[in-house]
Design a protein around this ligand. Structure first.
Ligand SMILES: Nc1ncnc2c1ncn2[C@@H]1O[C@H](COP(=O)(O)OP(=O)(O)O)[C@@H](O)[C@H]1O
Ligand SMILES: [Mg+2]
Length: 395
């Protein structure tokens, strides 16, 4: 076809080639615009995923404090930023298509136009105009598709559906009982085996409603695992855990309504105040009093400041005091505390233990190195022994 056209008039071929080249090269020049727009989406997307990660890792905690609704809210804010950058990207893609369209139209119009001029000048026959028009149409049709596809290559349209899946929140099972109904917690022949061969055997333990238990034992004897078994985070390999109501019937408590401070504290990228109240505005007026109780000496400005996990400004002890404050400000009827004072000095620990001892809740607290006075704030101590350790030989 090019040959046919060339025999008609070299200028037709030349103009087709020039416009064709512009059409092919355009995506290269528009690429930077498209890539920048895509990168902005990608940065917004990363921020969005980070937000999900930061808040999502504490989802259990949010559920525990009925603050789950804050999760969709922070996700929505982050998501709307992502949406803005996607809209901007679509704008740039549309602009690219517009520029591409102009070149396309130029190709389709100019080639037949030149052919027309050549005809009137008597340089080519009438039939050649038709051939040139078809030729221009075919070539620029293909180039239009080609250029547009290249312009769109940088886009990632499946992003939206991935995000939708990530933010889906599972519906809650409703048959679980209020932990307040639990009159007795006990473990019977409880054994936990790990896949790497580790095996922890627990003594039969029985805890009554309102009791304050201190759980001790050497590192690795299975204290944290015991609490995770009680909370259903870990499943027993043998034996069982029973929660009984006042009629001595087995019930399944709503684990999300049991207070729990894990060994690694969970803080959210929000203000210290929100981390204590867990976004329950009803508790705002209590914050000062609670800070005093947990011996956390912070200015009003600091309390309102946002905790940034990547930019740690709080000491380990301060973080523990914040999660302790979260627990004490609105105490649950059952509370499990896994070494909540390990990074807090002994004077502040004594003060906090006194506050804990006054809570009406059923409490199991793991702690190391407490003084006899501190231990005395509990009703009793349960000491776990590690199988085969030297400690056992001394009993
Ligand atoms: N997820 C796990 N996989 C394998 N071993 C584990 C796991 N969790 C705990 N263990 C093992 O179980 C033992 C008890 O752990 P843990 O309950 O954390 O002890 P403690 O809190 O008393 O220091 C340790 O030997 C530990 O290595
Ligand atoms: Mg532990």
């Amino acid at each position: 076809m090019v040959g046919t056209l060339f025999t008609l008039a070299p200028i037709l071929v030349f103009s087709t080639l020039v416009i064709g080249f512009i059409s092919i090269l355009l995506p290269k020049y528009l690429k930077k615009l498209n890539i920048n727009a895509t990168n902005r989406v990608s940065v917004a997307n990363n921020r969005f995923l980070n937000t999900i990660a930061k808040w999502g890792s504490g989802l259990g905690e949010l559920k525990r404090y009925h603050a789950k609704k804050i999760f969709p809210r922070v996700i929505a804010t982050s998501s709307s930023k992502l949406e803005d950058s996607e809209i901007n990207k679509m704008r740039i893609i549309t602009f690219s298509q517009f520029i591409q369209g102009i070149v396309d139209v130029m190709g389709r119009v100019i080639v037949p136009l030149i052919a027309g001029i050549l005809y009137f000048e008597g340089k080519i026959k009438f039939g050649a105009i038709v051939t040139a028009s078809y030729f221009a149409n075919d070539i620029f049709n293909s180039l239009w598709d080609f250029s547009n596809n290249i312009n769109l290559l940088n886009s990632s349209y499946d992003l939206r559906s991935k995000i939708t899946n990530l933010t889906k929140i599972q519906p809650e099972p409703t048959d679980k009982k209020d932990p307040d109904k639990v009159k007795l917690i006990r473990s019977i022949n409880l054994v936990k085996k790990f896949t790497d061969g580790d095996k922890i055997e627990y003594p039969d333990i029985c805890i009554k409603k309102g009791e304050h238990i201190l759980l001790t034992g050497v590192s690795g004897c299975g204290k944290s695992t015991f609490i995770k078994l009680l909370l259903g985070i870990e499943k027993p390999s043998e034996g069982e855990i029973q929660y009984r109501n006042s009629e001595n019937q087995d019930i399944i408590p709503d684990f999300d309504r049991i207070g729990y401070i894990a060994q690694d504290v969970t803080l959210f990228p929000s203000s210290i105040k929100n981390n204590i109240t867990m976004f329950n505005a009803r508790l705002n007026s209590e914050v000062d009093k609670i800070l005093e109780k947990v011996d956390l000496d912070l200015s009003v400005k600091e309390i309102e400041s946002v905790i940034k996990p990547d930019n740690i400004v709080l000491s380990g002890g301060q973080k523990q005091k914040i999660v302790l404050a979260r627990e004490i400000i609105d105490p649950k009827s059952i509370i499990f505390l896994d070494e909540p004072t390990s990074a807090i000095d002994t004077i502040a620990t004594t003060k906090i233990l006194k506050v804990i001892s006054e809570l009406p809740s059923t409490i199991i607290m793991i702690a190391h190195n407490l003084t006899p006075e501190q231990k005395a704030t509990f009703d009793r101590e349960i000491h776990l022994f590690k199988k085969g350790s030297d400690e056992n030989d001394n009993i």
